[in-house]
Design a protein around this ligand. Structure first.
Ligand code: BMA
Length: 321
């Protein structure tokens, strides 16, 4: 039995994804310096869980902090940000760090994040123990966001989803995949999926970006992503899911037309940036048919939501674009 956080679907709900009833799991002031803690990533570690948290401080500087938990719900987050040593490069410049993702591959935990280098691009680092951290070459030229690694090599190469962007509050964005033999040089860039026509699925018509690490299922890579619509009240971020081909993940097999989670609760609709659900991590157990999704809510706090993997796959297949 895994001990991933779990709550059964409420009796009165027919939703394919449902929220933890004591959300948010991480409050905005969980460490003394923080203005907000959101868009954060967790993984299984050392019999419990470790995480990399985006904590914006009270000068509203964006940085990433390590944290630890026995149950995935109660978190102790370090009061100082992660300090990186040089990894596969000496060039570890970073004006800011935000929106981390974490994945274990082979022998270590890899971290990707949005790294400030003349504008946002994808930073890469690794750790073995969540104590010492090593920073590698940026994956791409600026501007890019939402770099998400696959948990295993595909055809002998590391694979990463990303979203080329601009230097501001990007009003466009499609998901691409890139490959690397060594986590340093990235290429073979291919388009995976684009925004949808407004008339077909409006919640994802402005931009889309990969969320948690894709989950390998019998149907292919289950990939949660965020989709954005530009409304008269600004951007609104929801979550959908796609199923990508196991061996050729640039091939989308199914993609949800309805959203799976959208900003509806007070903590998702009110905060520093209202109307945002932004998934960055998922714990899962294929055997127990469970997934627990961590998401940033209103760019202020971190929420948790649950689903049954088999039901999500069925929903995405039956409600596909
Ligand atoms: C994106 C990123 C995310 C943020 C989102 C909504 O461009 O900055 O960190 O959650 O906007 O503000």
């Amino acid at each position: 039995m895994s001990n991933i956080p779990w709550q059964e679907r409420p009796a009165d709900s027919t939703d394919v994804i449902w929220r933890y009833d004591a959300n948010p799991v991480v409050k905005r002031d969980a460490i003394p310096s923080s203005n907000s803690i959101f868009n954060s990533a967790v993984v299984e570690f050392d019999g419990g869980y470790a995480g990399v948290f985006r904590c914006d401080n009270k000068a509203v500087q964006m940085n990433i902090f390590a944290g630890f938990s026995k149950d995935g719900i109660n978190w102790e987050i370090n009061h100082d940000p992660i300090s990186f040593q040089a990894g596969n490069t000496d060039m570890i410049e970073s004006d800011y760090k935000y929106d981390p993702r974490v994945v274990f591959i082979e022998d270590r935990y890899w971290i990707t994040w949005c790294n400030g280098y003349h504008g946002p691009t994808i930073g890469i680092g690794y750790t073995f123990d969540f104590k010492d951290f090593f920073q590698c070459e940026n994956a791409f030229l600026p501007f890019n966001r939402n770099g998400v690694l696959f948990p295993e090599k595909i055809d002998g190469k590391y694979a990463m989803l990303s979203r080329p962007s601009d230097n501001g509050h990007t009003p466009f964005g499609d998901i691409y995949i890139s490959y690397s033999p060594d986590m340093k040089y990235w290429g073979e860039h291919r388009c995976v999926m684009k925004v949808t026509p407004f008339t077909e699925s409006a919640w994802q018509c402005t931009k889309i970006g990969a969320g948690p690490i894709p989950i390998l299922t019998e149907e292919g890579w289950l990939t949660f992503y965020h989709g954005v619509i530009n409304t008269c009240n600004g951007f609104r971020y929801s979550m959908g899911a796609a199923i990508l081909d196991k061996d050729r993940p640039d091939k989308v097999l199914y993609r949800s037309k309805p959203y799976l989670l959208s900003p509806q609760t007070p903590y998702e609709c009110m905060g520093d940036v209202p109307n945002v659900v932004f998934p960055c991590a998922a714990l899962h157990s294929i055997e127990e048919d469970k997934v627990a999704i961590y998401y940033g809510a209103a760019d202020t706090v971190t929420g948790l939501a649950f689903g049954r993997i088999s039901e999500i796959l069925k929903f995405v297949k039956e409600n596909s674009l």
